[in-house]
Design a protein around this ligand. Structure first.
Ligand SMILES: [Zn+2]
Ligand SMILES: [Zn+2]
Length: 261
C-alpha cells in the first residue's frame, strides 16, 4: 500500500497533540473531553505506540460521568456562559460569540470585553472622554415608585445606561448566530472608570483597541511594545526573571524600573 510520507508526518503530529490532550484531560477529570478526544483518535490511523493507550482508555473512560468539571470550563465574561472545552467556535463564546482575551503567559482567559466606539468618535476623542472626570450624577435614579389602593409598584427604567449590561439582558431573548460587538457612546465613555479600561494603541493603520475590565480588582497590563495583554502578576514575574517582555522580549525603560524595584 502506498502511503504519503507528508500525510504520515501530519497524522503523527495530530495524534501526538490529541494523545497529550486526552492524558491531561483524564488527569484533570474532564471525562467528557477525554471521550471526545479518544473518539476522534479512534477515527484516525494512530501510530502503533499510541494504539494500546487509546483502546484501554476508551474503555476506562466509559465508566466515568460524561461531563467536565465546571471549574475547568472557560467562562465568558460578557454573558457568563460556561463554554464546553471542545467547540467548533474558534476561540470565542458559543453563546454571544465574544472573542476570548488570553493572558500571554498562562493563556488563561482574562475578564476583558472588547468594545467599539459609536461612529463619529475618534480614538483620541475616546481617550479624552475616558480620562475626563465623570459628570455629577443626575437626580434620575433610574427607577420610579407608584402606589395604588391595593398595590405598590417599583418600576426600573428600561433604558439602562451601561451597554455591557444592556447587551447581557438582550442576549437572553435573542437567538443570533452573528457576533454583535458592544458599541459604546460618548456618555458611557465619560462615566467609565479609567482604571477599568485597557487601550491597545496599535500603530496606524490598525487604530486603537478598547477593552473593559469587568473585574477591576484583578489587575491587567499590556506590553507597550507588542500590545499583548497579561495578568500583572504573571508579567512582573516574567520581567523580574528574564528582564524583558515574555512575548516580544523588548527591554523598555519601564521594565528596567520594574526589575530594579
Ligand atoms: Zn458569551
Ligand atoms: Zn511585548
Amino acid at each position: 500500500m502506498y502511503t504519503c510520507q507528508h500525510c504520515d508526518i501530519v497524522l503523527n503530529y495530530a495524534s501526538a497533540v490529541l494523545y497529550t490532550l486526552a492524558k491531561q484531560a483524564k488527569t484533570l477529570g474532564a471525562y467528557k473531553l477525554t471521550r471526545q478526544v479518544l473518539d476522534k483518535m479512534q477515527s484516525l490511523r494512530v501510530p502503533p505506540r499510541f494504539q494500546e493507550y487509546v483502546d484501554l482508555s476508551s474503555l476506562m473512560v466509559r465508566a466515568k460521568p460524561y461531563h467536565d468539571g465546571e471549574d475547568l470550563l472557560p467562562m465568558c465574561y460578557r454573558c457568563s456562559t460556561y463554554n464546553p472545552l471542545m467547540t467548533s467556535a474558534a476561540n470565542c463564546c458559543t453563546n454571544c460569540r465574544q472573542p476570548f482575551v488570553h493572558s500571554f503567559v498562562s493563556f488563561e482567559i482574562l475578564p476583558l470585553v472588547e468594545f467599539q466606539l459609536e461612529p463619529g468618535i475618534s480614538d483620541e476623542d475616546a481617550m479624552r472622554l475616558i480620562e475626563a472626570p465623570a459628570p455629577v450624577a443626575t437626580e434620575d435614579a433610574g427607577w420610579s415608585q407608584s402606589a395604588g389602593d391595593n398595590f405598590e409598584a417599583l418600576r426600573l427604567d428600561e433604558q439602562t445606561s451601561d451597554p455591557f449590561t444592556a447587551r447581557l439582558l438582550s442576549l437572553q431573548s435573542e437567538d443570533e448566530e452573528e457576533f454583535v460587538p458592544v458599541i459604546v457612546n460618548r456618555p458611557t465613555l465619560q462615566v467609565m472608570d479609567p482604571g477599568s479600561v485597557l487601550v491597545c494603541q496599535q500603530p496606524p493603520p490598525l487604530g486603537y483597541q478598547f477593552y473593559r475590565n469587568l473585574l477591576p480588582d484583578l489587575q491587567i497590563t499590556l506590553c507597550p511594545s507588542c500590545n499583548k495583554i497579561f495578568h500583572v502578576d504573571d508579567f512582573e514575574m516574567q520581567v523580574l526573571q528574564k528582564g524583558h517582555c515574555p512575548f516580544c522580549r523588548s527591554e523598555s525603560n519601564t521594565f528596567k524600573d520594574m526589575s530594579e524595584d
